[in-house]
Design a protein around this ligand. Structure first.
Ligand code: NAG
Ligand code: NAG
Ligand code: NAG
Ligand code: NAG
Length: 481
């Protein structure tokens, strides 16, 4: 056999072997095309059904389309939208917005559910939502209000699918500046181009607010504070501080009867009863000096703090190992085995065994005044307790952003003066939305006896000064007992 024929023969033999693969690839291609087609066909038939209904005089539908016509026409007049724009309407369940876009000549417009957009990043290759695809995206559906997921996930997908320089238009209801700012802070890769109430005379609709956002060319810097940043507290936050319950200026006459007063007081103006937490990315409770789970997390925060149905992540700072067992298996609670302090270091304390204080309580140990170890101490090491302390300001800045809602309780046995100083200086206090601060002062042992406990160096007046200064600095702080 000549070589040529032999080659031909072997080719004959290979062909039947590869044929199934060709068929398989062919089937996959056909399926992908059909799936895409179905998607568009379903959407188109939905639209044409609506168009049929509207032209047959369903006044609700014509009104809705007319409304969106007005919205988009204005955006087009202002240059945010062009007939040639590739446009996407998110959560376009009724399709009215897409119809309106096509009506005013934006032919390349279609809709998607929010969930589908969020999932699009992990989609298949035929997924039409590639990076930098759209010139214009619109989110006008009220479902924005009911998001259970983190809005930032959807915003990240909007940012990804918009072209650089493309516009996002969002309609939501905002009634106060706090909500307005929480909302706008979520859009990290955008700059705000226009912000206005939309109210058209011809439509009796509740007033919404329209935000026009432009995708920045570069990812704008993360909104985390630089440690050198002094944060500025805006006026709307200061106004909220003015509505706080007044401080108790009169020193309590009795050492112990005031214990737990804060937790039970009805007069507390919780921030979360005054503002909307919907547009905050994460909801956080940081308990400094957490002790038992039930000492404040279980007994007060979980039961009494108003949470607007949000799930809060809890961080429990506790340096005393004897409490750690309590936190095992507690869902949503992260134990931070540290004392909150102004820098990272190991602190040593002398154990103060008072004769009547049998079950040595960590809180009784004057835990913040670190002790220089003398030779005698080293020999007598069981009298000295060492704990790991953490730079709280640094941790806050690394862990949270101003997009989060952070509630903090601070009960740290006297070190609050140093720590608050550091938090204010570093700007980290701006990440704390609401603070419940127990200030430790030298109390009366018993009413009118003239005797003080002599456990803390500060006076009641110094505590009052601390609270007043913090409120003046822009900290939403409650007096805690
Ligand atoms: C819309 O109406 C046209 C004729 O008026 C009809 O041919 C078409 O089937 C209708 N479409 C739907 C989805 O009902
Ligand atoms: C698309 O954008 C995302 C997020 O910006 C990025 O992580 C990803 O690498 C991009 N994909 C392509 C194919 O460029
Ligand atoms: C919280 O959820 C409950 C039931 O799921 C609901 O009845 C209540 O109105 C919600 N409260 C808020 C503030 O959203
Ligand atoms: C402090 O300690 C924490 C926990 O070990 C660490 O993550 C952080 O980087 C340290 N901070 C500084 C400023 O060294």
């Amino acid at each position: 056999m000549d070589p040529f024929r032999r080659r031909l023969n072997s080719r004959k033999a290979i062909f039947p072997q590869v044929l199934p693969y060709f068929i398989l690839i062919f089937i996959i291609l056909v399926l992908a095309i059909i799936k895409d087609g179905l998607h568009n066909e379903k959407f188109n038939s939905h639209l044409s059904k609506l168009e049929n209904q509207s032209s047959s005089g369903s006044s609700h539908l014509t009104k809705a389309v007319h409304y969106y016509n007005t919205v988009f026409q204005r955006l087009m007049d202002e240059g945010f939208l062009l007939p040639s724009s590739k446009a996407l309407c998110i959560e376009s369940i009724s399709g009215h917005d897409v119809m309106a876009l096509r009506n005013i000549g934006v032919i390349d417009a279609f809709g998607i559910s929010e969930a589908a957009l969020r999932a699009s990043e992990h989609g298949l290759n035929h997924d039409p939502f590639h990076n930098n695809t759209f010139d214009f995206e619109f989110f006008g559906h009220s479902s924005w209000f009911d998001w259970s997921v983190h809005p930032s996930e959807t915003i990240a997908q909007i940012c990804r699918t918009l072209k650089a320089g493309g516009y996002l238009v969002v309609h939501i209801a905002v009634n106060d500046e706090y909500t307005y700012n929480s909302f706008i802070n979520l859009f990290t890769c955008f700059t705000l181009k226009a912000s206005r109430d939309i109210k058209f005379k011809e439509f009796a609709l509740p007033s919404l607010h329209e935000f026009v956002l432009k995708k920045a060319n570069k990812h704008s810097s993360p909104s985390q504070l630089e440690s050198s940043d002094k944060c500025k507290v805006p006026k709307y936050k200061r106004d909220l501080i003015n509505d706080l319950e007044p401080l108790v200026m009169e020193e309590p006459q009795d050492s112990w009867s005031w214990d737990g007063l804060g937790k039970n007081a009805d007069g507390i103006q919780y921030l979360s009863s005054m503002v909307d937490l919907r547009y905050k990315e994460r909801h956080i409770y940081v308990d400094l000096g957490a002790r038992n789970y039930d000492s404040s997390i279980g007994s007060w925060f979980e039961k009494q703090y108003p949470k607007q149905n949000k799930t809060f992540e809890v961080y429990a700072f506790e340096a005393d190992k004897s409490f750690y067992g309590e936190y095992e298996g507690k869902k949503g609670v992260k134990l931070m085995p540290y004392a909150a302090w102004v820098r990272n270091e190991t602190l040593s304390f002398e154990i103060d065994r008072e004769p009547d204080n049998v079950g040595l309580q960590w809180a009784e140990m004057g835990r913040i005044q670190p002790k220089q170890l003398s030779t005698e101490d080293r020999e007598n090491i069981d009298k000295v307790y060492r704990v790991e302390a953490l730079d709280l300001a640094d941790w806050l800045i690394r862990t949270f952003s101003k997009r989060d809602f952070v509630v903090m309780k601070m009960d740290i046995e006297g070190s609050e003066f140093d720590l608050m100083n550091r938090l204010v200086e570093s700007g980290a206090f701006c990440l704390i939305d609401e603070l419940f601060l127990e200030c430790h002062y030298d109390r009366w042992i018993k009413c009118c006896s003239g005797e003080k406990t002599n456990r803390h160096k500060r006076s009641y007046a110094q505590c009052m000064n601390l609270y007043a200064k913090l409120r003046k600095d822009g900290c939403f702080v409650h007096q805690w007992w």
